[in-house]
Design a binder for this molecule. Structure first.
Ligand code: SF4
Length: 463
């Protein structure tokens, strides 16, 4: 049972003081970058010092260190997923979101189970194995059971060559017992964004509904962990308040989770506000994050929490996505639609926000393959129980690479065999050969039989 002492809190005064006094200091920055190269993470004071970096030379040193850390820990793999919006019903009024209750321009809809199955089929046919189920923060008449039914429906859909193997979930905060029931549905990560950690800003942009309660939301991740969900994802909607404050507050939040549960978060999402129909604030973000600051924030996060996945959505344009993959991003969505029923429709008017990357999964896969990344559809860790603390115990000594790169290749080959266009298959096959040739003998010994089996018709081969 959680006590008051267990409640998450954000020490705003501490952050403000740190930011006010932060100045670029080349000697200190280089010391911090040397520490970052040990891949043990950085503290808030280190991150604050990196945020003050402005000079081009130091900035390039920061980016270079982030690129090396990314490469060292994650190698060449890049995890792909797609959001599956099941409902836009919402009882909150968040001024930046098209789904907000007060928006008359949105046609409200919760997909029927048949429609959920149809969307799932469309995603499987694109090659996806991992989806993020997203719903507005209100349910149809079945209540939370609606979400449980959707999860069951998605897992039940099987096609000749595919199925969804992992469902991550981004839904409204729950009570501990409800989180237990959600975990029993075999979800992967539970994801929830605080949107902004700045209390006054939070009050200004969340006009009504349960979401107005800053603390209820802030403590939702702890309730999920109390319920036994050990893979959790946090995030900020960048553009509502100063990105530096948000990043330091997010670090406080993660540190408190680590202290209480022995493990922090599995992923951090870094969405920037994008225009949304009927949500004026989204057209003019109060504190927009420039492209350069955005690169900086990804690089700083990569060095601060080196083993935590960083997720980038299709809000960003292809160019920014390419750059930030190198700086630290480890998971991207591809071919996304952000309206319920969006994969079967041409009309995206009802999307939660507008997209910066409209390319198909095949195009994204080809693009990142040409950059040398192995697109990974792997869901092995979750199904082998390598989650939470177990995942971190493997990740920190670098052992996760032995599984991840091998599984990435195997699932990529599965994609190439059954879903890729001829052009993508050609560049993909070439990359697979190159990666196999460059593997350590131990890795290759594991990878080759899997690749052989998948090419022979086996699916879902992983270690
Ligand atoms: S951000 Fe979420 S809670 Fe807020 S209006 Fe949109 S869907 Fe509802």
């Amino acid at each position: 049972m959680a006590t008051d002492a267990d409640m998450a809190t954000i020490d705003e005064a501490l952050i403000m003081t740190a930011l006010e006094t932060a100045r670029e200091d080349a000697v200190r920055v280089r010391e911090i970058l040397a520490k970052a190269r040990e891949l043990k993470g950085l503290n808030a004071s280190d991150a604050t010092a990196l945020m003050a970096v402005e000079s081009p030379e130091l900035l390039e040193e920061l980016f270079d260190t982030a690129r090396r850390a990314k490469d060292e820990i994650y190698g060449r793999r890049m995890v792909l997923f797609a959001p599956l919006y099941v409902s836009n019903l919402c009882s909150n009024d968040c001024v930046y979101c098209a789904f907000r209750k007060g928006n008359p321009e949105v046609h409200r809809r919760a997909l029927t189970q048949e429609e959920v199955a149809q969307e799932t089929r469309l995603l499987i046919d694109q090659g996806h194995k991992r989806v993020l189920l997203v719903a507005g923060e209100a349910y149809p008449k079945e209540g939370l059971d609606y979400i449980f039914q959707c999860i069951e429906t998605i897992y039940d859909v099987k096609t000749e060559w595919g199925e969804i193997r992992r469902i991550n979930v981004n839904i409204a905060p729950l009570e501990v017992d409800e989180f237990r029931a959600l975990k029993a549905c075999r979800i992967g990560t539970y994801q929830l964004f605080q949107e902004t950690y700045h209390r006054d800003t939070y009050a200004k942009v969340h006009l009504s509904g349960r979401k107005r309660d800053f603390d209820w939301r802030l403590n939702a991740i702890s309730r999920a962990m109390e319920a036994g969900i050990d893979d959790v994802g946090v995030g900020v909607l960048f553009g509502l308040y100063d990105w530096r404050f948000e990043t330091l507050a997010l670090m406080q939040h993660v540190a408190q989770l680590e202290e209480r549960f022995g493990v922090g978060c599995h992923t951090i999402s870094v969405p920037r506000i994008e225009p949304a129909v009927g949500a004026e604030v989204s057209e003019h973000p109060p504190v927009p994050v420039s492209d350069n600051d955005f690169r900086k924030l990804v690089a700083i996060l990569r060095l601060t929490v080196p083993y935590t996945g960083i997720i980038m959505s299709t809000r960003e344009n292809p160019e920014m996505r390419r750059e930030t993959l190198a700086l630290g991003v480890s998971q991207i969505s591809a071919g996304s639609r952000t309206n319920p029923g969006g994969y079967g429709e041409e009309d995206y008017e009802m999307s939660q926000f507008s997209l910066g990357d409209h390319r198909s999964v095949d195009e994204v896969v080809r693009d990142i393959t040409e950059m040398g990344y192995i697109p990974s559809f792997c869901t092995g860790c979750y199904r082998m129980g390598r989650t939470g603390q177990d995942f971190m115990d493997l990740a920190k000594p670098g052992l996760i690479k032995h599984y991840c790169e091998v599984n990435a290749v195997s699932t990529f080959v599965e994609f190439l065999e059954h879903y890729a266009s001829p052009e993508t298959k050609a560049v993909g096959d070439k990359l697979v050969e190159k990666v196999l040739n460059e593997m350590t003998p131990a890795q290759r010994k594991r990878a080759e039989p899997l690749v052989h089996d998948v090419r022979g018709g086996q699916r879902d081969a992983y270690v």
